[in-house]
Design a protein around this ligand. Structure first.
Ligand SMILES: Cc1ncc(COP(=O)(O)O)c(C=O)c1O
Length: 451
């Protein structure tokens, strides 16, 4: 028998958890202590079961409990647990080949890392190094889209400056960061009336920003294909092709953050494939291993990588756990499962069905302002007034209250303010979707009544 309270007390005494205070958690009888998981469901140490609607951090893409992954991990661990500096291993060579095969266009060279933040930090360093090596020494600025999250480390935390993450503690801001409007058609900063109009206006604004800053001062633009932190803000179809054109026009590198969108999340292997665009650098993590182990990668085009070829020209970075053979084996097995079990196709199919069900919720509940998504990356935005899109005041703590209600209906869910984020494992079935939608319906209905 596990003494849940004893574990909870230990956690609240010594564990520092993300975006939570241990004193508040202690008072509320948190955290839940998870004991085991299978598919899309997790069970706590007292035997309560929930659907993990976000699959970890929208990261357990293949679902929990794949024994083949555990076995591959154990076998590799028994054979070789690490490698001498300056050498490589068969699993890593196979993984980078697999990534080069899967990644669009000429993305072919892979810098392995341990997670999404490291992948984006690496991408920014490579982008700066690339321009320097081309003698373009005046370039140092990086443009990101307002509201997008790209990581929690030194530079990445400043990218996008997503609402809800307070950065004042860490000021001064990293130099050379520039922010452009996000093509979020529900609340288009540039007044776009639909997704296409919003996309075109945001690109126009981006070009104005580039011209104002000076094109030859800008290293790269980093963007997520579908902005996950804003509950799946899907850009109009014009956005990514035009973004590619703008980058080409001004010699700016395009960094595509596929940390969430990659490996089937949006119904294609990579989000950017919806628009047939090839970025210069792509970053992946999360779904790369379905979070069975920490692993990520920064994948660059041959042209970008070639800037680092030759004597004394190498990219000077080393991360102890980047390229770990056990992580590589896990990633390979996970990709095999995603491919052979048709999870990318299931993501497209179930995503469409799920979104249809969410539309019905919108018709039923007046506080649902918007539902949106692509594949199995979706979001629900709640509003005080559907006409004006007025937000609920923070003092109502809508997000936290919803999380509690979802729990009582068997769902573990994430909210960002009044945006409910949905990113379930890609093996989800229609029955699972129906069960989740029933829970959402009940919880939203209860909040509506209380309000
Ligand atoms: C789009 C995106 N990029 C990067 C990251 C950072 O990844 P990690 O938490 O693995 O460092 C995240 C994390 O949620 C993310 O959502």
């Amino acid at each position: 028998m596990t003494d849940t309270q004893a574990i909870r007390d230990l956690a609240n005494k010594h564990l520092w958890m993300p975006i939570r205070s241990w004193t508040d958690m202690g008072e509320r009888g948190e955290p839940i202590v998870i004991d085991r998981a299978d598919g899309i469901r997790v069970v706590d140490t007292d035997g309560h079961e929930w659907i993990d609607v976000n699959g970890g951090y929208s990261s357990v893409s293949a679902g929990y409990g794949h024994i083949e992954i555990a076995e591959a991990m154990r076998d590799q661990m028994k054979q070789l647990s690490y490698w001498p500096e300056g050498t490589t291993t068969p699993p890593l060579a196979q993984l980078v080949r697999k990534l080069a095969e899967l990644a669009p266009g000429d993305l072919e060279r892979v810098w392995p890392v341990s997670g999404g933040s490291e992948a984006n930090e690496t991408a920014l360093k490579i982008a700066r190094g690339y321009h320097r090596r081309h003698g373009d020494v005046g370039r140092y600025k990086v443009i990101s889209l307002k509201g997008t999250y790209h990581g929690g480390t030194g530079v990445t935390m400043w990218l996008g400056r997503p609402a809800g993450i307070t950065l004042e503690d860490y000021e001064p801001e990293y130099p050379g960061l520039v922010y452009a409007p996000l093509p979020n058609s529900y609340r288009c900063e540039r007044g776009g009336e639909n997704a296409s109009d919003c996309a075109v206006r945001c690109i126009k604004a981006l070009e104005d920003i580039i011209l104002f800053q000076g094109p030859d001062t800008i290293v790269a633009i980093i963007a997520e294909t579908v902005c996950s932190s804003l509950g799946a803000a899907v850009p109009g179809d014009e956005y990514w092709p035009m973004l590619r054109q703008i980058c080409d026009k001004y010699g700016i590198l395009l960094i595509d953050d596929e940390v969430v969108c990659g490996f089937g999340r949006t119904g294609k292997m990579f989000g950017v494939e919806h628009w047939d665009v090839v970025p210069d650098i792509m970053t992946v993590a999360k779904g790369l291993s379905s979070s069975y182990l920490p692993v990520g990668a920064t994948i660059t085009s041959g042209d970008v990588a070639d800037a680092f070829v030759g004597e004394g020209n190498a990219f000077k970075q080393a991360l102890t756990y980047g390229g770990h053979p056990v992580s590589a084996v896990v990633a390979l097995k996970n990709i095999e499962i995603i491919e052979t079990r048709g999870m990318v196709e299931n993501s497209a199919k179930m995503g469409e069905y799920f979104l249809g069900q969410l539309q019905e919720l919108k018709e039923k509940h007046s506080i649902v302002g918007d539902v949106r998504g692509l594949g199995l990356l979706m979001g629900i935005e709640l509003v005080a007034d559907r006409e004006t899109k007025e937000r609920f005041p923070d003092s109502l703590r809508i997000g936290e209250r919803l999380v509690e209600k979802f729990r009582s209906h068997g769902l573990l869910l994430r909210t960002m303010g009044t945006i409910i984020q949905l990113g379930p494992p890609l093996l989800i079935t229609q029955n699972d979707v129906d069960e989740i939608v029933r829970g959402l319906d009940a919880a939203i209905g209860e909040i509506e009544t209380e309000l």
